[in-house]
Design a protein around this ligand. Structure first.
Ligand SMILES: [Zn+2]
Length: 255
């Protein structure tokens, strides 16, 4: 698959980078990426991956656009209020880059849908907003041996990691064996979230996705990146696989 003249110009700033170049851009064009959640994190993930020329974007979301989403979910415009997020996002992405095949799924990811969709992807990005979905995606990715880039955030803080025990290191459940007490982790609707925070964390997810798909740099594996916006601090914490992890059984040790 060679790049057309139009694509050479569209992706010129990637192609000139030694870490991506023509082969990296072609790898992006061949990639199938599953994005769960077209909300705050999903918005920059989807926009940057579509702009980057990822060949196929499958996006899953069962929600509709609400007025209070527009403070941070920059993929939507005011006229989208009331529309299904997956459909509105797909229309925006098609307008951004016609080379990308966008596959919207207006559904809530359950075990059946995860078992069906995850094995068809080269990479999965979790921008969901609840713990049951997070654990479900992790288990489906471990079962299918797929890499998972997941981020989470609240108020002024965010975290991101790449979980891929098949290539070494822990899975999400190794490091977070149990969901936290719901009273300690209220949803964004109750706790609040600064509009630019999902922009930062979602852009980091897109960055790790582009690195993974093109082979550029070092993947964020066996590490958790923590961002504290109030203090403008970023920390990197080492993570380890656990042999007693009920999901991956420490398959990726030592990382
Ligand atoms: Zn594990």
């Amino acid at each position: 698959m060679s790049l057309s003249l139009e694509e050479l110009e569209r992706y010129a700033r990637h192609i000139v980078l030694p870490e991506i170049g023509g082969p990296g851009q072609q790898a992006l064009g061949r990639a199938r990426v599953l994005v769960v959640g077209a909300g705050g994190l999903g918005a920059p993930v989807l926009l940057y991956l579509a702009a980057a020329g990822v060949g196929r974007l499958m996006l899953v979301d069962d929600d509709t656009v609400g007025l209070s989403n527009l403070q941070r979910q920059t993929i939507f415009v005011t006229a989208d209020v009331g529309r299904p997020k997956a459909a509105a996002a797909a229309a925006r992405l098609a307008a951004l880059n016609p080379h990308v095949a966008v596959e919207p799924h207006v559904l809530r990811l359950d075990a059946e849908a995860a078992a069906r969709l995850v094995p068809t992807a080269d990479l999965v990005l979790d921008g969901s907003d609840n713990f049951p979905t997070r654990y479900l995606i992790n288990a489906a990715c471990v079962a299918a041996g797929k890499p998972l880039i997941a981020a989470a955030m609240s108020r002024w803080e965010g975290q991101i990691a790449l979980w891929h025990p098949a290539a070494g290191g822990p899975c999400y459940a190794c490091v977070f064996p149990e969901p936290p007490d719901p009273s300690l982790t209220p949803p964004c609707a109750l706790a609040g979230v600064v509009g630019a925070l999902p922009g930062v964390m979602g852009s980091m997810m897109a960055m790790e996705a582009i690195k993974y798909l093109t082979g550029a740099g070092r993947p964020l594996r066996s590490a958790l990146l923590l961002y504290d916006a109030l203090d403008a601090e970023v920390r990197r914490v080492r993570t380890r696989a656990r042999p007693d992890c009920p999901v991956c059984h420490g398959a990726g040790r030592p990382g």
